[in-house]
Design a protein around this ligand. Structure first.
Ligand code: C2E
Ligand code: MG
Ligand code: MG
Length: 483
């Protein structure tokens, strides 16, 4: 039939067959071209939106897609259940050097994929190119608090098994809420989460939350930074003194200078509000010198008035240990006031020395203490037994006084084992010919506990709270004349 038709209509047949051929070729070409286009698009997407080392989504993808995910769940957005988490892996470069990088990255990828599967509240996550940063968008049910979620997240990705070894990662996380009326700019929320993370890292915490309190605190810190120099010039920082005493004779045997900030703009501030900030921005160094000079002036005044010499201690920020010219400056201060030896005591916390774990740095620390003592300063190890390196420090740092931290006193009240430790610490200090004093005595029971464990000197609210200078003079006169 077909051959008859072709024979009878050769021209029509030829045209039809050509048309058919062209159509078939065209369709095939289109399909091929379309597939190719899709492949190229996919490859471009991979390059644009994925981390090349792990194949996980990158930050660009997150910025594009997180707003879409938030917009797609209007209910969760209105109930403010979305949060952005910013997680930083600490010392990743070091780990990359120690372990095979590919294995490490593969393991981290697996951890992240598993954690995403485990918690349905993780809507999306991404990693930075070097993998040190992770961002996650979470949609938390009401029963899960943001801090708890961040803790779960970092706990779950913090260990990795490589062969027979277990590698532990350290993370610091920040978490920021997505407000219901947010404008779709997730970059800003990522930034807030990172600020909360940075702040947590600064204060030695593992997780920080960017909530209202945090914002208020940031504003307050900014104000304090703007005002601190002027405050120093205007003498807004006040020296308060807290007596140190003999638990048996009940006489004042010395005092500790504690700073207060009486600010016209911010009110009356305790050191807990500003010392941490000043340690971070370096201002604590200036403030400490100011306090030191004030105490030297006070001692000169007391001396001229013929009053009994009471050693007064000032707190020294850890920053001084690495401060250039510290020893020269300390020497000049003391020479300037011509004070007798031991009139001024320097309280250094054991945390000032935590980095001193190599032979060289230990030597430097030892030398600093030795030189300060040589100049005529007394030295005290503050907050002793609040950290973990106390005993090593005792061995290496020749200080005269051991100030036992209130935490050990509280523990000794509750546990017989802790009391044994307290007794041991007191006798260790005495065996090293140190003065031993305990901080934070609030009750007569605590005084009795200290006495029965051999500690005769103390400081605390029970005997006397920190007070302004004039009040302190009256206090000393009253106490020391009673005898
Ligand atoms: P610190 O040197 O360990 O001072 C002892 C703290 O314990 C003081 O807190 C004191 O008021 C408080 N305290 C005293 N007795 C008791 C008690 O019986 N119970 C309780 N619960 N607490 C008691 P404050 O004055 O708030 O100072 C806190 C910290 O701020 C000080 O701890 C010190 O580390 C730092 N600081 C204070 N003044 C200065 C300063 O001039 N320079 C530097 N770098 N740090 C300072
Ligand atoms: Mg102190
Ligand atoms: Mg202390």
């Amino acid at each position: 039939m077909v051959s008859t038709f072709i024979a009878e209509n050769p021209f029509v047949s030829a045209v039809s067959m050509t048309a058919l051929f062209v159509a078939a070729a065209g369709t095939g070409g289109y399909v091929w071209f379309n597939d190719r286009r899709k492949t190229i698009m996919r490859q471009m997407d991979e390059l644009l939106y994925k981390n090349t080392a792990t194949g996980l989504y990158n930050i660009r993808w997150f910025r594009k897609n997180a707003p879409l995910l938030i917009a797609a769940d209007a209910r969760s957005r209105d109930e403010e259940r979305f949060f952005v988490m910013s997680v930083n892996i600490e010392r990743l470069d070091l780990l990359k050097e120690v372990y095979d990088e590919d294995t490490l990255l593969k393991g981290m990828r697996e951890n992240l994929v598993n954690v995403r599967k485990k918690y349905s509240w993780i809507s999306a996550f991404c990693v930075s190119q070097e993998l040190a940063m992770i961002y996650a968008l979470v949609n938390l049910p009401p029963e899960i608090m943001p801090m708890t979620a961040a803790q779960c997240f970092i706990d779950d990705i913090s260990t990795l098994t490589i062969g027979k070894a277990t590698v532990n990662f350290e993370y610091v996380a920040g978490i920021a809420p997505v407000e219901k009326n947010h404008d779709g700019d997730v970059k800003h929320i990522m930034h807030m989460a990172s600020i909360a993370r940075g702040e947590a890292a600064f204060s030695g915490r593992k997780i920080g939350l960017y909530d209202e309190k945090f914002q208020e605190n940031l504003i307050l810190q900014k104000k304090m930074e703007d005002l601190m120099q002027k405050a120093l010039q205007n003498e807004e920082f006040k020296v308060w003194l807290q007596p140190k005493y003999d638990l048996i004779t009940r006489q004042v045997i010395g005092a500790e200078a504690l700073v207060r900030w009486d600010s016209p703009e911010l009110g009356f501030l305790m050191p807990g509000k500003f010392i941490g900030l000043f340690e971070r921005n370096g201002f604590a160094v200036q403030l400490d010198y100011y306090m030191l000079e004030r105490i030297c002036q006070l001692q000169v005044k007391r001396q001229k008035a013929g009053l009994m010499l009471l050693p007064i201690s000032v707190n020294q920020s850890a920053l001084h240990i690495s401060e250039e010219g510290y020893l020269e400056r300390m020497k000049l201060v003391l020479i300037g006031y011509e004070l007798p030896p031991k009139a001024v005591d320097l309280e250094l916390t054991e945390t000032a020395f935590v980095d001193f774990n190599t032979k060289e740095t230990r030597y430097v620390a030892k030398q600093i203490i030795h030189d300060l003592r040589g100049m005529g300063y007394a030295t005290s190890m503050d907050d002793f037994c609040s950290g973990y390196s106390s005993i090593t420090l005792l061995q290496n740092l020749p200080m005269e006084t051991m100030k036992i931290d209130r935490a050990l006193l509280l523990a000794a009240e509750k546990s017989p084992r802790a009391e044994i430790i307290l007794r041991g610490v007191v006798s260790l200090g005495q065996a090293l010919e140190m003065n031993v004093i305990c901080e934070g005595i609030e009750t007569t029971e605590q005084e009795e506990l200290l006495l029965r464990n051999g500690c005769r000197h103390g400081q605390g609210y029970l005997f006397g709270k920190p007070m302004p200078l004039e009040e302190f003079e009256k206090f000393v006169a009253a106490k020391n004349e009673q005898q």
